[in-house]
Design a protein around this ligand. Structure first.
Ligand SMILES: CC(C)(COP(=O)(O)OP(=O)(O)OC[C@H]1O[C@@H](n2cnc3c(N)ncnc32)[C@H](O)[C@@H]1OP(=O)(O)O)[C@@H](O)C(=O)NCCC(=O)NCCS
Length: 113
């Protein structure tokens, strides 16, 4: 969670990618920062904290599922070493138009001792 002056300005979480044992070491995450609080580093801090937590928990891969038109988030994830490994065109529909998704993944570094 990202907090400023006692107010929640953003949150991040991760959970199981698929609910079967074979995928137990792969997680899917999401981050969100209040629109009024963006561009002050909260997104970077949330992503850093999630990656650190997941690596320490022994997770192997983190996956982000991002709207294909969300270039800001795609760029932020690339900066953190995520690579685009999948594209799902027209899988969603909102405001009378189709939405595609981009899958981005990162193999987690082993935490320093
Ligand atoms: C993506 C998101 C989490 C970034 O949060 P943030 O707090 O603005 O991120 P930061 O302040 O740490 O910025 C990180 C970098 O993202 C890029 N960025 C963020 N907002 C940007 C904007 N409006 N235009 C261009 N680049 C932008 C910049 O490279 C920025 O670094 P800089 O400020 O040093 O140039 C936020 O925009 C958001 O909540 N978006 C909606 C939800 C979402 O897309 N979630 C991600 C899906 S998992």
């Amino acid at each position: 969670m990202s907090v400023s002056d006692g107010f929640v300005t953003g949150f991040g979480s991760y959970g199981a990618f698929r609910p079967w044992d074979g995928y137990a070491l792969t997680v899917e995450h999401s981050i969100y920062v209040d629109a009024a609080c963006r561009r002050h580093g909260a997104g970077r801090r949330l992503l850093t904290a999630l990656l650190d937590h997941a690596a320490r928990a022994g997770m192997h891969v983190m996956i982000g599922v991002i709207s294909a038109d969300n270039l800001i988030s795609i760029r932020l994830h690339e900066e953190f070493g995520f690579a685009v490994t999948g594209r799902l065109p027209e899988v969603g529909r909102k405001f009378d138009r189709w939405l595609g998704l981009v899958l981005m993944q990162k193999t987690l570094d082993l935490p320093e001792a």
